[in-house]
Design a protein around this ligand. Structure first.
Ligand code: IMP
Ligand code: MG
Length: 181
């Protein structure tokens, strides 16, 4: 058996589960108004999986009937700073040609991940490509990209929870927070 994980780290809550849930419902309304009822939702894994699952159910409540497929991209490995090069770890299966694609990601930081995914969908003939991120680290983008839909602005620090990890830990937290030094 592996060693039990140290659960004693002090974590500060930045955005509560209730705040996230309320924002997801508002976002779903914005998305249906802009993209219609049948977009192809493409979550960028892994960090977006909880956000995407909640957003999908909020979209259902907002009257949408989206399709969903997944892409797994990597730019970080197990570190907390980007290596700057994006690679496809697992690709989508659903054809994107002619579809109105909504990319869903956890955080827009340098913008490289989302720009890579957007270029890929356009190259494959998507009719339109929009993006929805839970968190936007304003002023950190090194490529020219802005989210079409966003949950919250995020301070310039490494955050965890609600699907987001550090070294593959803390994804299970129901809120967004950070580890105190
Ligand atoms: P970008 O390519 O620099 O925009 O990085 C975006 C990706 O890096 C996100 O999809 C996250 O998976 C990851 N990331 C960036 N900042 C954080 C953070 O503060 N916590 C956890 N993951 C992060
Ligand atoms: Mg990510």
């Amino acid at each position: 058996m592996s060693e039990p994980r140290d659960l004693s780290a002090r974590i500060t809550v930045l955005i509560t589960a209730d705040e996230i849930a309320a924002r997801n419902h508002a976002l779903a309304g914005e998305i249906v108004a802009a993209l219609g009822r049948a977009p192809l939702i493409v979550p960028v894994l892994k960090g977006s999986f909880i956000f995407a699952a909640d957003l999908l159910r909020a979209l259902h409540e907002a009257g949408a009937a989206p399709d969903m497929d997944f892409i797994t991209l990597s730019s970080y490995g197990a570190e907390t700073t980007s290596r700057g090069e994006v690679t496809i770890v697992r690709d989508t299966e659903v054809p994107v040609a002619g579809r109105d694609v909504l990319l869903v990601d956890d955080i827009l930081e340098s913008g490289r991940t989302l720009a890579f995914a957007k270029d890929l969908m356009i190259a494959r003939g998507a009719n339109s490509v929009a993006s929805c991120v839970l968190l936007h680290k304003q002023g950190k983008q090194v490529v020219d990209i802005a989210p079409d839909f966003k949950g919250f602005d995020c301070p310039d620090r490494f955050v965890i929870g609600y699907g987001m990890d550090v070294g593959h830990a803390y994804r299970q937290l129901p809120f967004v927070g950070y580890i105190e030094e």
